[in-house]
Design a protein around this ligand. Structure first.
Ligand code: SRM
Ligand code: SF4
Length: 568
């Protein structure tokens, strides 16, 4: 791969978004005024760019687009609101607030995301302030949930190693707090905070880490606790791998430069695996994360946004350059990485008992969409639950820390609403991104279609006696890869309505990228393509060989070690 072409674009003029950020007076822009404007349900594009930093996107209902165009109406504008909840931990009280807001102001459903957070869809402009106020009153917030900043910090919810989880979770919260924007704009705009006149302050006083331009692009951090790689640590800009020795957390391996997105037809974009570069003691994690992030702040591409992710900053200048820069900024060197082993990146379902004897129930939520009886059942649980909820990186929820004497009561509610994880192992290892009708970038259905496709693939597996097989399967409505499809054993990425690229060969542990197998195919071809592979898998697999390993051994696709070879 010729890297210089991408590198050359670094010297171009700053992109429009760079100007919008710099001139926004630390994320204020004209947001306060446009939110008060009653003429349109939308907001201008410049403000929408800033809105993202506040945790929200302007969207329109794409199911209604053509009809509204015909009627010469403006699009059915509405907002998506994303919460920031490090490690996905929320209290029952917070759950009830999100549930109430979803029904009062959003489309009646709650969406659990692939980064362990909540999204609300369908909020009208006039209800935005009240929604964000109530989220803040519950001690959750939305600042930095989207935008060119560090996003929700992911962390393995791992309830069976309770003491390790508690410590790792504390680090994820500290990382999240330390790397949050410090501007007062959020308070001013949403919480009616007093306007602060910052004229005597330098940009370093106001935003010591981000300065006035913030980052060139979004930035993501996740912490895995082996043997679980549920956070897909190699998809993160910075992945931390907890190293546990003698049942104690001793520190973290550090991995850098992962990412899932690509643009069709542009070989200079590709999904990439983060590379493990060393080990640091636990108390160094904040310093390491900050210094890495500032390298991206200072060297990331501010000219062409599609080349601006950290993975390309590293690939363009080389890992050796990056290590030298990091060690220089730290003033000390990372240690050699320590051994670790991942066994899976999916969730483990049902009840398990933690070391502290509390019980934890992982509930499968198809594609993270909570509505109807699932919503009612979880509300009933939140009303009596004394522990917490943990949103998982696979869009599921753990009803965590249930004392023994309350387990029966929770069980009864789970039974009453049939929240019993009776789905097939294939379905329980599936993720689909939101896509239509709310996502403006969707090229094909995802959340609304994967369940139907799974029923057909389940049938193929059952025909071969493989109905109990766990296979990681993911769908995204476009190549941005919000369901982290490049790490799945089977993946579908939307190309056009009803058409997908099919990828095979990711690993069950999330440590290998998959490879394109069929391009631009619809459901009939998907089933026809998978049928013989599944048949051969049933007949020719070696022992408990995983599907992703099998397709590589048999040469259906070749193995690639790096995103740079993704298109070859
Ligand atoms: Fe994403 C953009 C939904 C996780 C890569 N993502 C979007 C937007 C906001 C569309 C837009 O820009 O207009 C989607 C909103 C859809 C909607 O209607 O709700 C959207 N992304 C999601 C969520 C809700 C998917 C889900 O089904 O759970 C996830 C929210 C996570 C959260 O709570 O913060 C979500 N997005 C991801 C992930 C997975 C992850 O972070 O672990 C990725 C791949 C990892 C990565 O970043 O490389 C991801 N989303 C993208 C990209 C491609 C970025 C790139 O490298 O080019 C975009 C497009 C962009 O940024 O321009 C995008
Ligand atoms: Fe939208 Fe594409 Fe992300 Fe799916 S992968 S939510 S279609 S941006």
């Amino acid at each position: 791969m010729e890297q210089n072409k991408r590198l050359q674009t670094h010297d171009g003029p700053p992109s429009d978004v760079e100007w919008i950020k710099t001139e926004s007076n630390f994320l204020r822009g004209t947001l306060a005024e446009t939110l008060d404007d009653q003429v349109s349900a939308g907001i201008p594009d410049d403000d929408n760019r800033l809105m993202k930093f506040h945790g929200s996107y302007l969207q329109d209902d794409r199911d209604l687009r053509i009809e509204r165009q015909k009627q010469k109406l403006e699009p059915a504008y509405q907002f998506m609101v994303r919460v920031r909840a490090p490690g996905g931990v929320t209290t029952p009280e917070q759950w009830l607030v999100m549930d109430e807001l979803a029904r009062r102001y959003a489309n009646g459903s709650l969406r659990l995301t692939t980064r362990q957070s909540f999204q609300l869809h369908g909020i009208l402009k006039w209800n935005m302030k009240q929604t964000i106020k109530e989220i803040n009153a519950s001690l959750l917030n939305t600042l930095g949930a989207c935008g060119d900043v560090n996003r929700n910090v992911m962390c393995n919810p791992n309830p069976n190693q309770s003491h390790i989880h508690a410590t790792v979770y504390e680090w994820s919260k500290k990382l999240s707090d330390h790397l949050s924007p410090r501007t007062n704009a959020y308070h001013e705009i949403w919480l009616d905070g007093e306007k602060v006149i910052d004229s005597n302050k330098t940009e370093e006083d106001i935003e010591p880490i981000y300065r006035s331009q913030y980052l060139p692009r979004k930035f993501k951090i996740g912490i895995a606790v082996p043997p679980s790689n549920d956070v897909d640590v190699f998809s993160q800009d910075i992945g931390f791998i907890a190293i546990v020795e003698n049942a104690q957390l001793v520190g973290f391996n550090v991995a850098v430069g992962g990412g899932m997105g690509m643009t069709y037809g542009d070989p200079y974009t590709y999904p990439q695996l983060a590379r493990v570069i060393g080990f640091c003691q636990s108390e160094k994690i904040i310093e390491v994360a900050e210094k890495i992030m500032t390298i991206q702040r200072d060297f990331g591409n501010r000219s062409v946004r599609k080349y601006a992710r950290f993975k390309y900053t590293i690939d363009d200048r080389g890992l050796d350059w990056f290590m030298a820069e990091l060690h220089d900024r730290l003033g000390w060197k990372l240690e050699e990485p320590r051994p670790y082993q991942f066994k899976h990146n999916g969730d483990r379902y049902g009840w398990i008992q933690g070391h502290d004897n509390n019980w934890h129930f992982t509930l499968f939520v198809q594609n993270g969409r909570i509505r109807d009886h699932v919503m009612t059942g979880l509300r009933e649980i939140a009303n009596v639950h004394q522990g917490d909820f943990r949103l998982t990186p696979n869009q599921n929820v753990i009803i965590a820390n249930v004392p023994h004497e309350q387990k029966k009561g929770i069980d009864n509610i789970l039974e009453k609403y049939q929240l019993t994880n009776n789905d097939s192992p294939l379905r329980r290892n599936s993720i689909a991104c939101v896509a239509l009708p709310t996502c403006g970038l969707a090229m094909a259905e995802s959340e609304r279609y994967l369940p139907t496709l799974l029923t057909k693939i389940e049938q193929l597996l059952a025909n071969e006696g493989l109905q109990d097989e766990e296979i990681v399967i993911r769908m995204s409505g476009c190549p941005n890869g919000c369901s982290r499809p490049a790490l799945a054993e089977i993946a579908f990425i939307g190309k056009a309505p009803g058409k997908y690229n099919m990828y095979l060969g990711g690993s069950f542990t999330g440590e290998r990228l998959n490879k394109l197998y069929r391009e631009n195919i619809g459901e009939v071809e998907i089933i026809e393509s998978l049928k013989p592979i599944i048949h051969h898998y049933a007949k020719e697999r070696k022992g408990s060989e995983r599907f992703g390993d099998f397709v590589i051994r048999k040469g259906y696709v070749n193995e690639i070690k790096s995103g740079q070879d993704f298109h070859d």
